[in-house]
Design a protein. Sequence first.
Length: 327
Amino acid sequence: MSTKHQLLIHLKEGKGIWVSGEFLARKMAISRTAVWKHIRTLREEGYVIESSQKKGYLLRQSSDLLLENEIREGLNTSVFGKRGIHYFRQTDSTNNRAKLFASEGAPEGTLVVAEEQTRGRGRRGRQWFSPPGEGIYTSIILRPSISPDEAPKLTLMASVAVAESLLAMTSLAITIKWPNDVLINGRKIAGILTEISTEMDRIDYVVIGVGINVTTPRKSLPPDIEDTATSVFMETGNPFPRIALLRAYLEWLESYYEIFRTKGFEPVMKRWKSLAGIIGRHISVDLIDRVRTGEVLDVDKDGFLILREQDGTIERIISGDVTLLHK
């Protein structure tokens, strides 16, 4: 544990009361000048700390930055977020960073988080709007013992974990749109991008990237998504702690991953269906080269759509962009 982190722990233990610089220096066996330097660094990281020559230091407010020590504090997981957290104020894409760490041998459960992405990506190479300090942009490394053709199941699993975390933390009506968009009142609040690396017939690693719009105000949305996107703030009108939501997501993701590993995909798929409510709905699916329209008969054991087209043809849809139709 770093000296700075030790200092922060002492300040948090005394939250609401003044802690003298002399006490902090003695507890950590450093000079009072060193204490001051660490206080200055903590302030730069977003902690609101008052100082007084006579009283010492008073922690008024913790940082809302997605810092390693803030994520781990109170995190109720066994592996996820416990085997390495890589934090960036800015990066091109957390998935890109996670893939690099994974290729260098980073263990399962390693987390990458960023305050801002300059080239955040969604499905089909779309850009993911990632303004600084307004969302959760994170990627996690998994090393599951499954075949590559099972990897799409992990995307649906992650969408359930995101939905569960939002349900647990808010009173909002959350739904999932196949395969991986999480919606509130028909507007997208979160998306998942899963990327894999394979060796012959086995998976080397999986990177699951998640973007959740948390404190973004409507006026900040780019014109191309202002009618289709939303955030927790836009839906509630209240500020919301990103750290708490990120912890909840990691806890739900680890829980469903354990279910997937020990009991199979069926329990995960059952929960996904209850959150999606897509069976029986009429939809159109953009398959890049063509558009299919029809009624969703089911989502099969692999997470693929079973669509009955208008002429009665049954098609298994592996990937595509879904639009719900009113009929």
